[in-house]
Design a protein around this ligand. Structure first.
Ligand code: TYC
Length: 105
């Protein structure tokens, strides 16, 4: 038989658990160049799915054409995935080889 354990003062020290939650990352939605998709179709994609005006859509399309890839927009994981899927599906429906990918910022 013994006395109750503890510091005898009736005081407990509570340590705050380390919060391991990370901020959700943003994702770049990227268009890839190819030799066959018409320039007008890429401009249309940028206006329809990324709400770019005509001059910004042309600028991004030409960047993709000259550099091989270009950023159409930056979104949360869920929105980026939806846009990517919609663009790839729309390109396939219209029989263009245009590819859209996403990449962590
Ligand atoms: N390179 C294509 C052409 O010359 C145009 C193009 C631009 C295709 C951007 C895809 O993501 C793309 N018609």
């Amino acid at each position: 038989m013994g006395l109750p354990q503890g510091d005898g003062g009736g005081t407990k020290t509570l340590t705050k658990p380390k919060q391991k939650l990370k901020k959700p990352s943003d994702y770049k939605v990227i268009l890839l160049n190819d030799d066959f998709t018409p320039m007008d179709f890429v401009v249309h994609i940028l206006q329809r799915f990324f709400k770019k005006d005509n001059s910004e859509a042309n600028r991004i399309m030409l960047e993709v054409h000259h550099k091989g890839a270009g950023v159409a927009g930056i979104f949360s994981h869920e929105i980026a995935e939806t846009k990517m899927t919609q663009v790839n599906q729309y390109a396939r429906q219209n029989e263009h080889p245009l590819k859209c990918i996403m990449e962590k910022v």
